[in-house]
Design a protein. Sequence first.
Length: 223
Amino acid sequence: MMMAGTCAARPAAAALALCLALGLLRAFVPGAAHGAAAQRPAAAQASGAPMGMGEQPQESPLLGAATRLLAGAAAAGLLAGLSAGAARAEIEDVAIPVDGKGKTRNLSKEELIRGKRLFNVACGTCHVGGGTRTNQSVGLGIEELSGAFPPRNTIDSLVDYINAPTTYDGLKDISEVHPSIIAADLWPKMRSMKQQDLYDISAYILYQNYVIPEKWGGGKQYY
Ligand SMILES: *[C@@H]1O[C@H](CO)[C@@H](O)[C@H](O)[C@H]1NC(C)=O
Ligand SMILES: *[C@@H]1O[C@H](CO)[C@@H](O)[C@H](O)[C@H]1NC(C)=O
């Protein structure tokens, strides 16, 4: 896969660049440092180090500074590359089931952020961490969602649920007990919700199940 390729290549390239740069420095600087030995006290003075502490053989200040600078830059570049790669891998490499027929979607970072924000505003109080405050045995973990009737483990079925929620066994309408679109007159936060909002909220719920299954959906054995 392309993503994995660039991700692996980036640290290698950074490491190679660092090695090359250090190699070049080692090749050139020691000679220069010996030749410039008379300049050392000046450098020490400039850096505020007391004079007369020259008994210990010192690393060339130039080489030391350059090494630290290069190592710092390389480490920073490596970290930035790695975390950007990891974040992208997490979001875009997760296929979220859309319907019960095998259709899936990979979210973009923007969709995920949107879903998370909407979830936190509209659902987060009762479903903190994917649990369900009023009944911990029907949290938003994948097992609970899959065990409902009809199963609520796809984007479409969750959107359907938020439009017109039913009991876990699917037998009763609970739109006046659980926030819903069909009873939006009772649920102020649901009045401005578009179907796209429900979609993004649902996708976020399922994404959390794939990425942090051990933390999402309180009421499981992990808690
Ligand atoms: C979507 O995620 C799956 C892994 O779940 C991955 O195999 C696939 O390549 C991803 N698709 C895209 C377009 O990134
Ligand atoms: C929680 O939900 C389950 C499944 O619908 C139900 O069997 C159980 O009675 C509920 N518990 C409470 C305390 O409402």
